[in-house]
Write a protein that binds this ligand. Sequence first.
Ligand SMILES: Cc1cc2nc3c(=O)[nH]c(=O)nc-3n(C[C@H](O)[C@H](O)[C@H](O)COP(=O)(O)OP(=O)(O)OC[C@H]3O[C@@H](n4cnc5c(N)ncnc54)[C@H](O)[C@@H]3O)c2cc1C
Length: 591
Amino acid sequence: MGSSDSTCLSHDILIVGGGGAGLRAAIAIGEENPDLTVGVISKIYPMRSHTVSAEGGAAAVIQSSDSHDHHCYDTISGADWLADQDAVETFVEEAPRELLQLEHWGCPWSRNPDGTVAVRPFGGMKIERTWYASDKTGFHMLHSLFQTAIQYDNVTRYDEWFATKLLIEDGRCQGVAAVELGTGQVRAIGGKGVIMTTGGAGRIFPFTTNAAVKTGDGMALAYRAGVALKDMEFVQYHPTGLPGTGILITEASRGEGGVLLNKNGERYLANYDLGEAVDVNDERHPVKRTMELGPRDRLSQAFELERQKGNTLQGEYGDYVHLDLRHIGEKKINKKLPFVRELCQNYVGIDPVHELIPVRPVIHYMMGGIDTDLQAATSLPGLFAAGECACVSINGANRLGSNSLTELLVFGARAARSAVRFAEQNSTINKQAITAQATQEQTRIREQFFQPGKGTETIASIRVDLNRALEQGAGIYRTEESLQTACDQVRELKERYKSVELADHSLTFNTELIAVLELGSLLDVAEAVTHSALQRRESRGSHQRSDHAERDDEQFLKHSLAYQTDGNPRIEYSDVSITRWPPGDRVYGSK
Ligand SMILES: Cc1cc2nc3c(=O)[nH]c(=O)nc-3n(C[C@H](O)[C@H](O)[C@H](O)COP(=O)(O)OP(=O)(O)OC[C@H]3O[C@@H](n4cnc5c(N)ncnc54)[C@H](O)[C@@H]3O)c2cc1C
């Protein structure tokens, strides 16, 4: 590797991640205090961040028939009561303002004929409150944020820099060590406040909607620095991904009327309890079956039960069912779901206007993440986190679709405001000390991966085995035995990881180096997921234990907190904040 540079780059506030949460945070710092300097580190060009691929939409109350209480209730019951209700209330209250603000920055929200903002139904949201920009919502959101962020002169971007370690001095996080991918150099980049916005970690599983870059790096960095990862056992399957690629067929396709069919052409969801919805506008028939618009965890579980009954179809990439959009018609598909049509034509060679789409549950989202409070602060002074890498928590045991894009905005901005306050009170960076730490980090990386003759293991074999361990041991349904096996396998894989040697020792854009660093993150995240799941002996939301089939509020109405140790992680628990909605059955929409 290249020699480390003795100069220390530094900013008042450092943001790690150039996706939706990171860019919203960068703008909020400019709004809050334009005199502060900001560094934004991103391992890829920001516009390639996963936020760009979000299709369906972003939730916020806008219709007169809706209310903040309805949005809170849907989110909390959808989360199977594991969400912190004070966080949900804050989120719901700040959500409409954030989406409106985004329009002023250029996001072209789709409109009704009368010019009002259009909203579409989404799973688990009884009242339509999902704002959308056709079916390319994330693309338009990220563009609007990026265009706005680059208007601020105080923002310096470090595109294609890979953060590998938090730099902690005097008990405060004062920056990160990062590899400049173009040169292979490890540099210290200082920040009086550091905001982690590095996104999710779906790549611990084999079939996922998540981009290849979603490897949980930020979660791993915080975990290694002693910060807890919260509620990691809750991993969301999305019921409709394309087999093989895992490409998402957005929930909006069901919101617009798409139905799921088994191999006999039956709408099999009618046979399952998906929770009921309460229609606040229908006094005579307030309770409705949710069917295709039930929450994602229940739909994915119904698929698995249908598979066990032999009612799914078999294909090259395992079992699947059909999503039928044909009755929606070409005109509406072209207007509201053009990207779905494009994806089906390009990736499966079928046209959903005339043909059935093969779909299966695929990993989509991590409800868990870096433990933060309402102000997005972590237990490590100076470190803040927002977006999918964080767990504040509004998503509890199961996120409702379209809450996440809004979460990026609300908590990205809140993290920024907290970091600004922190930076104003902690005005020094110990540049000498963090530069020395970055030099050590460079030595560690060189010794671990670049020494000839050390390695017997390949990145690919560990990654494949990790994916298999998680799919088999910690999938839609889990047991003590399957999880214990997965924990043991992850431990063995971590041992094997020590014997990986890179074939490519070059310094310029060494993609093998990136892959091995990402694999290290995946292993740490997988460790937290499997151990948290092993110890939660109940079923709640996305975490379904065949051997503990009931929700157990007495013991487990608690957040899990995974702390890294030299051996297995230590799992502790913290209380869930309940403000106005005592735990009950999962019913969507409050009366
Ligand atoms: C296909 C798909 C569709 C979705 N659709 C919807 C939807 O319709 N509605 C909804 O609400 N949610 C949706 N989601 C979820 C939502 O899009 C994500 O949760 C959200 O966009 C994550 O944003 P983020 O800013 O937290 O992270 P990301 O957008 O993933 O950005 C992460 C950033 O961190 C950087 N980074 C990561 N690691 C490092 C490192 N080591 N060093 C430096 N930089 C690093 C990356 O370069 C990137 O810039 C969807 C998700 C997927 C996968």
